[in-house]
Ligand binder design. Structure first.
Ligand code: TA6
Length: 290
């Protein structure tokens, strides 16, 4: 089944007055497009990857790189990559296999409050028998919940991340609030530190914070504040590649670091999840513009 046939099949099953399937612009990505009274949005079936979230009366909240690959099997750069069932570069591929596979669309639900929920699933056998399910609700907030079930006979150590790229006006005028006092690991220079209540960006930033708190992104350039809440997530990652790393990424513009910051709900590093056979775990990120 080619992309167009997949889109037609999905529309025959799920199209509604607020949901339609199509192909993401200039790509080969079968995509769910949502438009309701709260917002507009888009989710790629490849990677179960949220590509867009535009609250009513607001501008785009997510950053998509203009240089991103936009076809399987390469990961999409921007939006909300799902890092699953591991986080980071060991083993390869970096951030696991969930974001580079096609998921199954299992349901599209118009909720009583007028929001829309998209449900997708993925089952893998390696490196362990795991079932993943993703629920994305486009409503007053954008809610992303990733659930994992250990279908194997032995325990599995799960690491995961909802790796959200936020669109901002200028990184040097962007400040992060809410992590004050958290133990943190700087993954650029491999040092540990305690987070400040508020911090900005002056260089490549790749920090893991041992914190369950909500985070506010203050975008002074666009005079916007974005609230990033989470559930069942013991670590948060804040990342901006800055100059040199941006130049090393072929799927990211050299100057695009100015206009993005990643704030990620994760369970990684020293906070991985030990999942016993038959047990489940879910992680949620909630995004809203204040
Ligand atoms: O979350 C931060 C991070 O782990 C960085 O180290 C950087 O590698 C980023 O993710 C992007 O990873 P990717 O595999 O998408 O290039």
């Amino acid at each position: 089944m080619n992309t167009q046939e997949m889109v037609q099949d999905l529309n025959s099953k799920f199209q509604s007055d607020s949901i339609r399937f199509g192909i993401w612009e200039n790509s080969d990505l079968p995509t769910i497009f949502v438009a309701n009274k709260y917002c507009q949005g888009a989710v790629s079936v490849f990677g179960a990857h949220v590509l867009s979230y535009i609250p009513a009366g607001q501008q785009e909240v997510l950053m998509m790189s203009k240089a991103s690959h936009l076809a399987a099997p390469k990961a999409i750069r921007g939006g909300i990559p799902l890092c699953w069932p591991w986080f980071g570069g060991d083993p390869q591929p970096t951030h696991g296999t969930g974001r580079i596979q096609f998921w199954n669309v299992t349901a599209v639900i118009r909720e009583a409050d007028g929001s829309d929920t998209i449900c997708l699933t993925l089952s893998i056998e390696e490196p362990h028998r795991l079932d993943a399910s993703l629920k994305v609700n486009f409503g007053k907030k954008l809610s992303i919940t990733l659930n994992t079930v250990n279908q194997g006979d032995t325990a599995f150590v799960l690491a995961e991340g909802i790796h959200t790229y936020f669109s901002i006006g200028e990184i040097s005028q962007c400040f992060i609030h809410g992590l004050g006092g958290a133990k943190a690991e700087n993954r650029v220079d491999n040092t540990e530190f305690v987070a400040a209540d508020t911090f900005g960006f002056e260089a490549e930033t790749d920090n893991i914070y041992y914190s369950t708190s909500a985070i506010t992104i203050e975008d002074r350039a666009w005079n916007r504040k974005i609230l990033v809440e989470k559930l069942n997530s013991n670590t948060s990652v804040v990342w901006n590649p800055w100059i040199a790393k941006s130049q090393r990424m072929p799927d990211f513009g050299d100057e695009e670091y100015h206009n993005m910051v990643c704030v990620e709900a994760t369970n990684c590093a020293g906070a991985k999840i030990e999942l016993a056979p038959g047990r489940a775990h879910s992680i949620t990120q909630l995004i809203s513009v204040l």
